[in-house]
Unconditional design. Structure first.
Lengths: 631, 71
């Protein structure tokens, strides 16, 4: 790098440093010899060097009919020189340049954080075209083309794996630290890193239409959306700045002290106040994004900082949402027959419990001829269709097959159809429910023939998450459509504070409403589609599994890219920390301005000293805000 | 007819600098909407292509002493 290039790249730093050295030199000279001409010349030189760029910007500002901070600083420096205060002139210019340089530098770091995410996507992709593997720019890959991803390479497009097997590090998109196993049929995201195996991926999203790009656009929009505090400060600044100008004019009229008036103008600028809160919010949103949490904006972040109750949907949130048959018990016939009857009845149902029963029935249904010859059973569809079928919402199904009536459902269904429940059946159901399982009765021609217990595994992280929230002083509640006993059992196992059972979707929304009316600030965690009304009603809606779908973040205020519940206590903690950070920054700014104004008006603070404190406060709030990047 | 374009300015060093740029752009011919975001350095412009020349936007930003980057 030539000296010229180096200078161009680090111009501001070089200029500021030169100005600083000259300033120190001029000051020492004056200190050693008294303020003689030599010292004055060096100091003016320092002011000119450091002030050239500032004055240039001031000229731009004036040319477009605006008066900004740079105009005021130039005015102050020129004024100081005019009245012979060379030391003040050099100091104010040097300190302002130094402050701007550091401010620009730190803000650039915040601004480029997202750009770094973009650079995760490789520039080229290896595409199979006409039987040959050709390297093309990643954005030119067409949807539907097959991309070859070598071991260790970054994945250039969103797509579906069609061949190969590997572990993929998805941290850039979902924030998961553990690589995810991928095989044919699985989705992969652009910007994630393939580990040991080669993958053939059919592109579903390329160029700017990838999940990572969408996330970045979302995050940027969130960082730009003003929080209520920022809006308030903006409105405040609109009155504050003219008020300072009036104050400066007033001070000049009363005291005839030019320097004091200029000092008021320069240090009265609400720098730290205007910069502090946005830096806090931007840093926090950036931090959350890197950890797999999308926040929709500063407003939601500020509200999330006050959360004192988190409501969880049960199915798919606290549990994995993969219901399986845990056990089958026959009463009037054997277990196999019970499962088969239930399978026939549920065959046409779209309920998630039906899928589990049907899967189990198909697995158990081994055709005798095949079983005898030991041939593998491949997804036999031997469960016959019912002749007739009806869904009774919230209760179960009733079907006809081979001249017989089969009903599968809960106690409400049996009561409605006046089916007697023998004590052994009731005891068995109770037992399953107390274990946190969902039990359904299988009824043939008005007689209970068996009981099927279904289980939805808890997420291993759920108890830890609930504990972490409780430690942070947040109440937890589980909302579920399950019956009371099952709900209680699950709630106990998770260690959740409270639960509401037998809720229909609109009841969940009403429950959230009720918590809010009690005065709680409520967060609701659920999936973005089924729980959309509750997510919208809560103060902060948190959607699960947002990577890949855009709907989740539409309805929610916060979205977890992976289904990782453990991000929730982190996100709540980060929000609280952000809220504190914003308050600290506002406090620092208000305190500084108050002290400075009082100091200037009582002639205790002069131009250079005032500038030092002013710039110091701006840097302090920026650095304080940036702490949230590493929270 | 409205078209949109965006630039990135990495060297804003104060919020008022960003709002000065916003004001200057808003006064350009054919510009219908401008948003300059200090925190992300993003400049969004909606304009009427029959009247405005996008090249003018870049020079308007440069006239304030900042470097626009096309994204």
């Amino acid at each position: 790098m030539t000296v010229r290039e180096y200078y161009r790249k680090h111009r501001t730093a070089v200029v500021t440093a030169t100005s600083g050295l000259l300033y120190a030199g001029g000051w020492s000279l004056g200190y050693a010899t008294g303020y003689d001409t030599a010292s004055a010349l060096v100091l003016v030189f320092a002011a000119v060097i450091g002030g050239y760029d500032v004055a240039k910007h001031a000229y731009y500002e004036l040319r477009s009919w605006t008066i900004g901070i740079k105009t005021l600083v130039t005015l102050a420096a020129v004024g100081a020189v005019a009245i012979g205060e060379y030391w003040e002139a050099a100091a104010v210019v040097f300190l302002f340049s130094l402050g701007s340089y550091l401010e620009g530098r730190t803000m650039r770091k915040t601004r480029t954080a997202l750009q770094e995410l973009l650079e995760l996507t490789p520039a080229t992709a290896l595409v199979r075209r006409d039987g040959n593997d050709v390297e093309v720019p990643a954005r030119e890959v067409e949807e539907g083309e097959t991309v070859i991803v070598k071991p260790g390479a970054k994945i250039p497009v969103d797509g579906e794996v069609v061949a190969g097997e590997s572990a993929v590090n998805q941290a850039p998109v979902t924030g998961e630290s553990v690589p995810v196993h991928k095989t044919a049929g699985d989705d992969v995201f652009a910007g994630t890193v393939n580990r040991e195996g080669a993958l053939d991926v059919v592109a579903t999203g390329t160029g700017s239409d990838t999940t990572l790009q969408r996330i970045i656009r979302r995050v940027e929009a969130a960082q730009e959306a003003q929080s209520p505090t920022e809006q308030f400060i903006d409105r405040f600044a609109r009155y504050y700045t003219p008020a300072i100008v009036l104050l400066a004019v007033g001070a000049f009229v009363v005291t005839r002290d030019v320097l004091m008036a200029l000092t008021l103008l320069v240090i009265g600028c609400p720098g730290a106040l205007v910069i502090g809160p946005p830096v806090s919010v931007v840093s926090a949103i950036g931090n959350a994004a890197r950890n797999g949490v999308l926040m929709k904006g500063g407003e939601h972040l500020e509200r999330a900082g006050r959360i004192d109750l988190v409501a969880f949907d049960k199915t798919g949130t606290l549990t994995k949402g993969e219901t399986t048959v845990a056990s089958v018990q026959g009463f009037e016939c054997d277990a196999e027959k019970t499962l088969r009857l239930a399978g026939i009845a549920e065959k046409k149902s779209e309920h998630h419990l039906a899928d589990a029963i049907l899967d189990a029935a198909r697995e158990a249904d081994v055709p005798e001829s095949v079983a005898a010859h030991g041939a593998p059973v491949v997804g036999s569809a031997r469960v016959p269709d019912p002749d007739d079928f009806e869904v009774l919402a919230g209760k179960g199904v009733v079907a006809r097959y081979d001249g017989r009536e089969i009903a599968v459902g809960n106690r409400a269904l049996l009561d409605e159809r006046a089916v007697a429940v023998p004590e052994p059946v009731a005891a068995s159901v109770r037992e399953h429910e107390e274990a946190g399982e969902t039990a359904v009765h299988v009824v043939r021609d008005g007689t209970v023939v068996g009981v099927i217990a279904l289980r939805d595994e808890l997420r291993e992280t759920a108890p830890r998450v609930v504990r972490a929230l409780r430690d942070a002083g947040v109440r937890t509640v589980m909302l579920t459509g399950d019956n009371e006993r099952t709900a209680r059992a699950v709630a106990e196992r998770v260690g959740i504070d409270d639960y509401r059972a037998e809720l229909l979707p609109e009841d969940k929304q009403a429950a959230i409403e009720a918590f809010r009316e009690e005065g709680s600030v409520v967060a609701m965690v659920g999936d973005g589609i089924n729980d959309a009304p509750s997510l919208a009603t809560a103060d902060v809606g948190i959607a699960m599994g947002a990577a890949g779908t855009d709907t989740a973040i539409e309805t929610a205020d916060m979205a977890l890219m992976a289904d990782d519940l453990e991000r929730i206590p982190d996100a709540v903690g980060l929000s609280k920390a952000t809220r504190r950070n914003v308050l600290q920054n506002v406090g620092i700014a208000v305190l500084t301005v108050t002290v400075l104004l009082a100091g200037v008006l009582t002639s205790n603070v002069h131009l250079a000293g005032g500038m030092l404190v002013h710039e110091g406060s701006v840097l302090l709030v920026i650095l304080n805000g940036m702490r949230l990047r590493r929270w | 007819m409205t078209e949109r374009t965006q630039f990135r300015v990495r060297d804003f060093d104060c919020p008022t600098c960003a709002s000065t740029v916003e004001r200057v752009l808003r006064r350009a011919d054919g510009v219908e909407h401008v948003a300059v975001h200090y925190t992300t350095g993003r400049v969004e412009i909606e304009y009427d292509p029959a009247v405005a020349d996008p090249a003018d936007f870049e020079s308007a930003i440069e006239s304030q002493g900042y470097t626009p980057q096309v994204t």
